[in-house]
Design a protein. Structure first.
Lengths: 418, 418
């Protein structure tokens, strides 16, 4: 005899394709598993309270289930909310003129001499009041949600002094409380050398180390921009040694423009993620596996900055590094927060398949935040964070590019965008 | 003494930047003029009925003007509706799997052998009922409008026999009547060699010539895909000779993958536009100027198909060829109809400035359709087709990429999207 299911608060019915991304909550998808989106055709998702209570076929639901309320997905695609595990979403000002100059051939140095570059954003962010910063960021997160991002990591790093770094971390804290998104905070005091310390970066590192105890109250992760013109491997190590002592988990910017050996530090400090990886040395790839870190690829940056060579994506996947995709949303190197566009660019530029890119933007990205037990897939007991898309097949997500395919966003069991 | 303005039906007030694109309704923007978006800061647009009645400063409006209704643009950017002068928007089916294979290295021929490519879309479009085709296309045009396209050209060319070409042209006719957009029809019977004529393309050209008289009742333009694997220059000439006799104006697909000498034909037949131009010979550029045709660039295609070299855009501009941008929306080579994305890609890949790209997507595109006296700029007497964008400066349009910045669309003086 068939057993009735409990009455769900909400059921998403008539899902032509449900991408469950199931089976990888314990360990991120690697190699072949990356290509498995856990597809259920003609599926239904049952939601009770804020959690997913059931995922199964329309036929079973018709026989066994009922819900207080049903939403018809119209035979289209339903998938987990997108997880953007690397952004710099709290800042003031924009730098569109600078980009146009870059596209016409201006060098980074020429732009810096004109007062452009990252320090322009630092100036604008320092000048902005906490309320103004919060309002700007709320507007950003509201739009992110409309593009399907339900979990977002945000780094500090446009303050570059204690007062302003804490101002940003406080804004991130308020975004957690005042928006529907899951917001994860990362302290990135070591984002750039502020103008006060231009010829004295070691002293700035001292300052960053001094910021760590207060930053710890607001941020789960500590990150360092280990890069030529930013911070060396030994400076990075100094920050991380102290950060780990204080209980931070580690993320790292590694190999965006040059290889400073950050991957070795990732292994040393058991980094949760290592991000960028555009120009890492092949010999470092085994270290990445050893570190256990998720490799976060940022296809929007290499697109926006017209980087000639893609990162060694296939090599990373082949050896078993779990890869994630993120936007890196920021005014200098990627002014887009559309994770759908990142999925498109990952297929276009990094040779990922649609299913690999979707795995990378959901469950693997959740691992990159240590949140895979609660988000990133549609499995019983996880948060009911899901997207109803206006496409017939999931392969159309990267294919129909430059457009937003989100019809509805459900976050913790509630419709937050329609 | 100041004279009062007439009372407008509608005024768009508090426009931080109005891009008028004025001064080029008679002749398209060329060279330096391309960089002039006709910027008015703190402007107001007065609309009476379906037309623009006044464009001026907020200060003047406050002194002299009033309106039955005002819309507050919130200090943001207001610009003419986007003109997409090259699409294949009436078709059935999609080809996402094929694109993924291409990205993984499959050749055009391998895909064709598996039954893929353009003839797959022809099969699906032939099978579709007129009602189904109409409903698909209406959905497409509704979304186009939400991305800011207020005027769109649509080509036939997935029927490839009289009955099915007329079916498509009839759908385009109904789109004119049943959507808010201005829709321009182009007969492209010579789009591909249908499977019935694979080894006998000359006979298919005979058939196309036979279709012309009936097609003329539904289409203003005649276009030919002059390309290796499609139609030769001499076949193209045969079609155009007859088309021009019947009163068609001419558009041409030229130099997408190979140079078949179509530009010479453009001069010969006084083409209104010559489209693609990715691989034309330098010696043909003077012919382009001679033809007077608008050069329509399709940056979505070269992006989507990963074409290695951009078209000689700067050379075209330098010698005075007026350039336009279009999406080429179609399931094989550009499944995006976001003209905003095309503007981004034109800056990213073709080295246009933001203002050049915006001129190319508005007033010059209108010239590419022979419609510059009614659309493409915000000038008194023209159709009140305009966009309220959620950006602070027009240079942000290409900069914040992969996203839709349209807040409201006004078409013929009425809000059609908000």
């Amino acid at each position: 005899m068939l057993e009735q299911l409990p009455t769900f608060d909400l059921a998403i019915i008539h899902c032509g394709e449900v991408l469950t991304l199931s089976g990888a909550s314990e360990c991120p998808k690697r190699r072949a598993e990356l290509a498995d989106v856990g597809l259920i055709r003609d599926g239904v998702i049952g939601i009770s309270g804020e959690k997913i209570a059931w995922v199964g076929s329309e036929t079973s639901y018709r026989q066994l289930g009922r819900a207080k309320r049903e939403i018809d997905a119209g035979g289209k695609v339903v998938m987990p909310g997108l997880v953007d595990s690397h952004t710099h979403a709290v800042f003031a000002g924009s730098r569109e003129g600078e980009w146009e100059e870059k596209m016409r051939g201006a060098s980074y140095l020429e732009i810096l001499k004109k007062g452009g570059g990252i320090l322009r954003t630092v100036d604008a962010t320092r000048e902005a009041s906490p309320e103004d910063l919060l309002n700007l960021a709320k507007e950003t997160l509201k739009k992110m949600l409309s593009y399907g991002t339900t979990t977002v990591e945000i780094k500090s790093g446009y303050g570059l002094d204690l007062k302003n770094e804490l101002k940003i971390l406080n804004v991130i804290q308020r975004l957690k409380d005042e928006t529907p998104l899951d917001v994860v905070a990362t302290f990135l005091g070591a984002h750039a050398i502020p103008k006060e310390y231009l010829n004295n970066s070691d002293s700035y590192i001292d300052l960053v180390i001094g910021m760590l105890p207060e930053a710890k109250d607001h941020a789960q992760f500590c990150d360092v921009f280990c890069e030529e013109g930013a911070f060396s491997a030994s400076q990075t190590r100094r920050v991380l040694e102290q950060a780990v002592k204080l209980g931070f988990q580690v993320k790292l910017h590694a190999g965006e423009f040059s290889d400073q050996g950050a991957v070795r530090l990732a292994a040393e400090f058991a980094a949760v993620s290592v991000d960028h990886l555009d120009v890492i040395h092949e010999c470092e790839i085994p270290l990445l596996i050893e570190s256990g870190a998720v490799g976060v690829l940022l296809p929007g940056v290499s697109h926006f900055l017209r980087m000639k060579e893609p990162p060694p994506v296939r090599a990373l996947i082949e050896v078993g590094v779990p890869v994630a995709l993120a936007s890196d949303f920021n005014p200098g190197s990627c002014p887009s927060f559309s994770m759908q566009e990142m999925i498109h660019l990952a297929v276009r530029n990094f040779n990922l398949s649609a299913s690999e890119a979707i795995s990378a933007a959901t469950i693997n990205a959740a691992h990159g935040l240590g949140m895979a037990s609660s988000v990133g897939s549609l499995e019983v007991g996880k948060q009911a964070d899901l997207l109803l898309l206006d496409i017939d097949h999931y392969e159309q997500l990267p294919y129909y590019f430059g457009m937003n395919h989100v019809d509805k966003v459900i976050k913790n069991g509630k419709i937050v965008y329609s």
